[in-house]
Ligand binder design. Structure first.
Ligand code: 26W
Length: 811
């Protein structure tokens, strides 16, 4: 699909915006004004497309999916939208008419950071693919005023700074105040009889208004434009005049402030649930608004709720939007007067759910009292779902208390959100083959026994047009020269690259492109960290949230090991390497913050040591984000995916690095296993215990990190250095986590148990690097075999097997 705009037309549109919005002529407008004017022109184009396909969806009465997620991480929008609409060239020329460069606008386009990491980025990748495949599907979430904090590293400590993204980012948002919803909080319930039926009246509640801000989602070469609907909270009462008159000025504004706090800020925790009332309030806020809108839209078109599950799919991204389930029940029963059974039938045929983590501390549980306080009617519906579920289980498994213990939604005074989702969803999926198996035997053991057909796997995928075509344009051009442009629509075409495996010319070009990308990253490293790195060294990359289970420590310990050998053995064989780290730690996660401090001081120590610094360097890049990742992925030689087996649900950074030609050093975990199936053992570096071995070792209660320390002199020396031998700093807290566990089990992520195997895999990395041709062939193989990790494939599976939606392209 091509839009017919000339550069002159676009220039005129931009000029018009500069005039009307800022009363500026092109010659005296600022770059920010150009940016806003340009975004606004693109937004208008997207609005037109949206209106068109909106009509098609309505007239064909297509089924639509609503993807409910507490987090989306779109990154920047300008380049992506221009790329998708094939408008990059014409926009470049239009801006050139004013003597301006499109690249300079790209440079100021802010990241929309409305998510923490993997889960939010996945949601954005999926919205891209849904639109690219011509499907009607919309995201729903919260319009956080402050997204994920900006990370600064000051004196080696992480400092969190507020991310005021809307300053420029609002250029992409379209407020639709007329589609606002009222969300009711608190209050009490009153029962009454109506036509012989017991009804519930919810009274004395207070209302928060949810104002939608739509953020358009374009697809590649697709006429479909969808929306990510972000709700902003406000109060119906802007000021209490009575209190104001009494001179109580702050109090007079209190209700408004309390309401607006709901959409103020994204919680920065991504693997630890805290029972914070405000977080649950956020969850109910956006799910209630979203579900109300979905039901209204359906009623407007179809006038009947019976068809709801045939026309609407609601996807719950992890348990965070789980209150959508009782909220839909509430609307069907209280507002539309459906019987419980009919309402439950609709809900269970509409809702599907994805689990994204098995970390027990991340599983959402809320005290019953909190839910009751936030919305008593929602609580009473959850209690009734639970009553019916446990009754059924008691009848079916009369002597099996275990079934109730495992499957109950309310247990021990806690509401277990994963069980609410598993009970209501028609389909429950994990995000990689291994993870989907683990959830069946682990958290959903009971549900799997009861309804095994509910469970399925959809392995994650990435928006590779962003991560390859846009982030690595030179590689994308080379691929297009070699195999034609079809790979941009169907990533499995990448496999055609295999026939160039012996082509010296192609291998040389591939090597050259990687080297140039490394120079670009080296420039950035010089600008931000004032460290000179050698683009001919191995760029060894571990970029992701900082978590103990992801084992950045294993990587850092290995670096100490290499350093130690460089220091003690003058002719120790080491290929020059640059170890690159980036990632945020949740603000309250002390161990993760300590890992950052450790990496940073280790970097100081090694980078300033003349005996070591020409052979190895360490860089910790601050503020890992979508746009920083777009710079790092194309420049990586090695992709570190070294989580403890069984802990990383899938990983998606592994796929982004793979498609950019990095070789994986990884454990048998998450999607690494599926990468391995694609490329084979000979094209990656696998190491470490398998998931069953980890389980066995854990169950044996015989693991002793202490034994590893005393029996392996390298490990001993590493642990010794943690006590105050790194840049004059002591890391006893880290040493304690490994040796005695600081309250929990010692070395609970088995860093030392996998150390030797990791060291050996790293040796294989270095031996392979010595043969540059072989390395580049492996790199080519990884690119060629990465097609399966396209989000188009994942979304295709969801659409077909779970949502039951189809493309409207061609209709
Ligand atoms: C309640 C606090 C909280 C917040 C977010 C707990 C858990 C989360 C997310 C589920 C964590 C997350 O991002 N999980 C990641 O999801 C990715 C997409 O499926 C996977 O690739 C990662 O392996 C998984 O860690």
């Amino acid at each position: 699909m091509r839009l017919n705009y000339t550069s002159r037309q676009i220039s005129d549109l931009i000029e018009g915006k500069l005039m009307r919005y800022f009363a500026r002529e092109p010659h005296n407008a600022t770059m920010h004004q150009y940016y806003k004017a340009t975004c606004s022109v693109i937004r208008d184009i997207m609005s037109e497309l949206w209106l068109e396909n909106h009509d098609i969806v309505n007239s064909h009465q297509e089924k639509q999916v609503y993807y409910l997620s507490m987090e989306f991480l779109p990154g920047t929008s300008l380049r992506n939208n221009l790329f998708n609409l094939h408008l990059e060239d014409v926009m470049s020329r239009s801006l050139a008419n004013f003597g301006k460069k499109l690249e300079d606008l790209y440079a100021i386009d802010p990241d929309a950071g409305l998510g923490n990491g993997g889960l939010g980025r996945l949601a954005s990748c999926y919205l891209d693919s849904i639109a690219s495949q011509g499907m009607a599907g919309h995201g729903m979430s919260i319009c956080y005023e402050y997204g994920i904090f900006k990370q600064a590293i000051e004196n080696c400590n992480q400092v969190e700074k507020a991310d005021d993204w809307q300053d420029l980012g609002e250029a992409w948002l379209l407020e639709k105040e007329d589609e606002s919803e009222n969300v009711q909080f608190g209050g009490s319930l009153e029962e009454y009889w109506e036509n012989g039926k017991l009804r519930i009246n919810h009274k004395n509640y207070h209302t928060v208004i949810a104002i939608p801000n739509d953020y358009y989602i374009t697809g590649y070469d697709s006429k479909v434009v969808n929306t990510l609907r972000l709700y902003r909270a406000t109060s119906p009462v802007s000021i209490d005049m009575e209190l104001f008159a009494q001179g109580k000025y702050l109090k007079a504004m209190e209700e408004k402030h309390m309401a607006e706090i709901i959409s103020k800020i994204l919680y920065p925790e991504d693997a630890h649930q805290e029972g914070k009332m405000l977080r649950l309030t956020q969850q109910y806020f956006f799910t209630s608004a979203g579900i109300q809108t979905i039901v209204k839209r359906h009623m407007r078109t179809f006038k009947d709720l019976k068809t709801f599950p045939d026309k609407v799919a609601i996807h719950i991204n992890d348990t965070h939007p789980a209150l959508a389930i009782p909220e839909l029940m509430r609307i069907l029963i209280d507002d539309h007067r459906l019987e419980w059974e009919d309402a439950w039938d609709i809900v269970t045929r509409t809702v599907s759910y994805t689990n994204h983590t098995v970390m027990p501390e991340a599983l959402e549980k809320w005290a019953e009292s909190i839910i009751r306080e936030i919305q008593p009617r929602i609580y009473s519906i959850i209690a009734e779902i639970n009553r019916r579920l446990t009754l059924e289980l008691t009848i079916k498994y009369p002597y099996d208390q275990d079934m109730i213990r495992k499957n109950a939604i309310i247990y021990d005074g806690q509401v277990r959100m994963a069980n609410l989702c598993a009970a209501a969803a028609h389909t429950v999926n994990g995000v990689s083959a291994l993870h989907s198996e683990i959830i069946k035997k682990d958290i959903f053991d009971g549900f799997n026994k009861e309804t095994p057909s509910k469970f399925t796997n959809v392995t994650n995928g990435i928006a590779y047009r962003r991560w390859l075509c846009q982030a690595n344009p030179r590689l994308s051009e080379l691929i297009e020269d070699l195999i034609g442009p079809e790979f941009k629509k169907d990533a499995t075409n990448l496999e055609k690259l295999m026939k160039f495996k012996e082509d010296e010319n192609v291998l040389t070009q591939l090597h050259q492109i990687k080297r140039d990308n490394k120079i670009k990253l080296a420039d950035k490293i010089w600008q931000t960290n004032a460290i000179k790195v050698d683009p001919d060294s191995i760029f060894d990359v571990q970029v992701k949230r900082i978590h103990e289970y992801k084992r950045q420590l294993l990587n850092l310990f290995h670096i100490i090991y290499i350093y130690d050998r460089i220091k003690t053995e003058p002719d120790f064989d080491i290929e020059p390497r640059t170890f690159i780290f980036a990632g945020k730690a949740a603000a309250g996660y002390q161990a993760a913050k300590e890992i950052i401090r450790f990496a940073c001081h280790l970097a100081n120590k090694i980078n300033s040591d003349p005996e070591a610094r020409d052979r190895i360097k360490i860089v910790f890049l601050e503020n890992y984000s979508v746009s920083l990742a777009e710079l790092i992925m194309p420049a990586a030689d090695i992709s570190e995916q070294i989580s403890l087996a069984g802990k990383e649900a899938s990983g998606t950074g592994n796929m982004k690095l793979m498609i950019n030609g990095a070789l994986t050093i990884g454990t048998y975990d998450g999607a690494n296993i599926e990468i391995n199936q694609q490329v084979g053992d000979e094209n990656m570096f696998l190491f470490g215990m398998r998931e069953d071995e980890v389980q066995k070792l854990r169950d044996s209660h015989s693991y002793s990190p202490y034994d590893h320390m005393v029996n392996d002199k390298h490990i001993y020396r590493i642990m010794k250095q943690l006590s105050c031998e790194i840049d004059g700093q002591c890391f006893n807290a880290i040493a304690n986590l490994i040796t005695n566990g600081s309250g929990g089990p010692a070395d609970q992520y088995f860093v030392l148990a996998d150390f030797k195997s990791y060291m050996e895999a790293q040796k294989r990395v270095q031996e392979t690097w010595k043969d540059r041709k072989r390395w580049t062939q492996m790199s080519l193989t990884n690119i060629a075999k990465s097609g399966i990790f396209s989000a188009d494939r994942s979304v295709g599976e969801y659409a077909q097997r779970i949502w039951g939606i189809e493309s409207i392209n061609g209709k």
